[in-house]
Ligand binder design. Structure first.
Ligand code: ZN
Length: 382
C-alpha cells in the first residue's frame, strides 16, 4: 500500500516537474521561518549533527534551491543560523550553538518553522541523538569527545597561525593528466604558490611541503606539518576519471575518515597510489587510532569553510560545480596532528574544467577562495 502511494507520489512529482524552492526566510524572536514555492514534508529535511569541544552544529539539508544569497541570522545565547546553497539541488541550514539545544521542526503546507529554545534555557545533559524528533542517521553523527581539552590552545591565540600547504605529487609522480596533457603536479603546485602568497599577505605563517618539482613521500608531508607545529594542513590535488570525462566536473573537499562512499574510495585509491610503502607503515589499526574525533570534526569544519570559500569566489567569474564536502581514507592526511583537508580542485579530465585548471586566472581564483575559507575557519575556531 505504502509502496503504491510512494510510486504515486513519485509520478506526481514528475508530472508537476517543478523543483522545490525556498522563496524567502524570516527570523522571528526564537525561530526561523522558511517559505517554499510548494507544499513540503518532513522528509524534505535531512538532519545530522556534529560536535566539537561541546560546541554543536545541527545541520539540515533540504532538497531545494535557495532563492537569493546565503544568509546568517544571530540569536541569543550565541546561536547562529546559516543557510546557503550547498549543491545544485541542496540547500544547507546550519545551526551553530555553544550548547546542545532542542530544535523543533514544524511543517505546514508551504512553510517550515525551526523553533529554537527561549533565551537562557538549554538542555542540561546533551545527548545529541535524543535532540531530534526524527532520529538522525547514526552514520552521520560525530559524538562529542568525553572531555574537551582545555588550556593548550589559549596561549596560542595571539600567535600567528601556521599553515602548511601541500601541493600533491611531484618529481617522478605526475599525478593525473589533464585534457591539455599537463600533469596534476604542475597545476597544484601553481595553486599552492598562489595560496602561499595570499595567506602570507593575510598575516599567516606559511610553509609548503614542496615549492618545486620534487617527489615527496606521503608520510613526509604530514611529518613536515607536525614538525612545523602547523595549525592547518591543506593538501591540493586535482581529480581525474577514465570514463564519463564529459560528465564529471566540480570542486570537492575531503577530510579524513574511513571511506563511506564509493566515489570517495575511488578518489582515495587514486591519490594513495603514489606511495605504497605508506600502506604498509600504517597498519589498519594505527590508521584507526589516528582518527581522533575532535580532529575529524575540526577537519570537517575546515573542509566546509574552504569548499564554501572556493565556490563563492570562483562563482563570481566561472561556472563551477559544487562536488560537496566528502570524507575518505586519504593516507596523506593520516599522520597529521592538526585539522587537515585534501582539496580536489576540479576534474582534469573534463574538457572545460581541465583547460580552466591550467589557467593562472582560475588558479589564482581558487587560491583566493581557499584563503577565504581559512579566514572564516579561524574566525569561528580561533
Ligand atoms: Zn592527486
Amino acid at each position: 500500500m505504502m509502496r503504491v502511494f510512494l510510486i504515486f507520489l513519485f509520478l506526481g512529482n514528475i508530472l508537476l516537474a517543478q523543483s522545490l524552492k525556498i522563496t524567502s526566510i524570516q527570523q522571528n524572536q526564537n525561530s526561523i521561518v522558511l517559505n517554499f514555492n510548494q507544499n513540503i514534508k518532513k522528509q524534505d529535511f535531512k538532519n545530522f549533527s556534529l560536535s566539537n569541544n561541546g560546541e554543536i552544529r545541527y545541520v539540515y539539508d533540504i532538497q531545494a534551491e535557495l532563492m537569493g544569497s546565503a544568509k546568517v541570522f544571530k540569536f541569543e545565547n550565541n546561536i547562529e543560523v546559516k543557510i546557503a546553497q550547498n549543491s545544485k539541488e541542496k540547500a544547507r541550514l546550519v545551526i551553530n550553538t555553544p550548547k546542545a539545544i532542542k530544535i523543533l521542526l514544524e511543517i505546514s503546507t508551504k512553510k517550515a518553522v525551526l523553533k529554537l529554545p527561549n533565551a537562557n534555557k538549554s538542555v542540561n545533559s546533551p545527548s545529541i541523538a535524543s535532540l531530534f524528533e526524527t532520529s538522525p542517521s547514526k552514520a552521520n553523527i560525530a559524538k562529542a569527545p568525553p572531555k574537551p581539552t582545555p588550556a593548550t590552545n589559549t596561549n596560542r591565540v595571539s600567535k600567528k597561525k601556521i599553515i602548511v600547504i601541500d601541493p600533491g605529487h611531484g618529481g617522478k609522480d605526475c599525478g593525473a593528466i589533464s585534457v591539455g596533457k599537463v600533469c596534476e603536479k604542475v597545476i597544484v603546485l601553481n595553486i599552492g604558490k598562489y595560496l602561499n602568497e595570499e595567506l602570507k599577505k593575510r598575516g599567516y605563517q606559511v610553509y609548503m611541503t614542496r615549492s618545486k618539482d620534487v617527489f615527496i613521500g606521503l608520510r613526509e608531508r604530514t611529518r613536515f606539518a607536525n614538525n612545523k607545529n602547523a595549525d592547518l594542513f591543506i593538501s591540493i590535488h586535482a581529480n581525474a576519471v577514465s570514463e564519463n570525462k564529459e560528465k564529471l566536473e566540480g570542486i570537492e573537499s575531503y577530510f579524513l575518515s574511513t571511506a563511506r562512499s564509493e566515489r570517495a574510495k575511488k578518489v582515495a585509491a587514486l591519490e594513495n597510489k603514489d606511495d605504497t610503502e605508506v600502506m604498509n607503515y600504517f597498519s589498519k589499526q594505527s590508521f584507526l587510532n589516528t582518527l581522533n574525533t575532535q580532529r575529524i570534526v575540526a577537519s570537517n569544519r575546515l573542509a566546509i569553510d574552504i569548499q564554501y570559500g572556493m565556490l563563492q569566489v570562483a562563482r563570481e567569474k566561472f561556472k563551477v560545480v559544487d562536488g560537496g564536502v566528502r570524507e575518505g581514507p586519504f593516507w596523506v592526511l593520516v599522520g597529521a596532528l592538526m585539522p587537515s583537508v585534501l582539496l580536489e580542485v576540479g576534474y582534469l579530465t573534463h574538457p572545460k574544467e581541465g583547460e580552466r585548471l591550467n589557467q593562472s586566472a582560475f588558479q589564482k581564483t581558487l587560491a583566493l577562495g581557499i584563503a577565504d575559507g581559512v579566514d572564516s575557519y579561524f574566525a569561528k575556531n580561533p
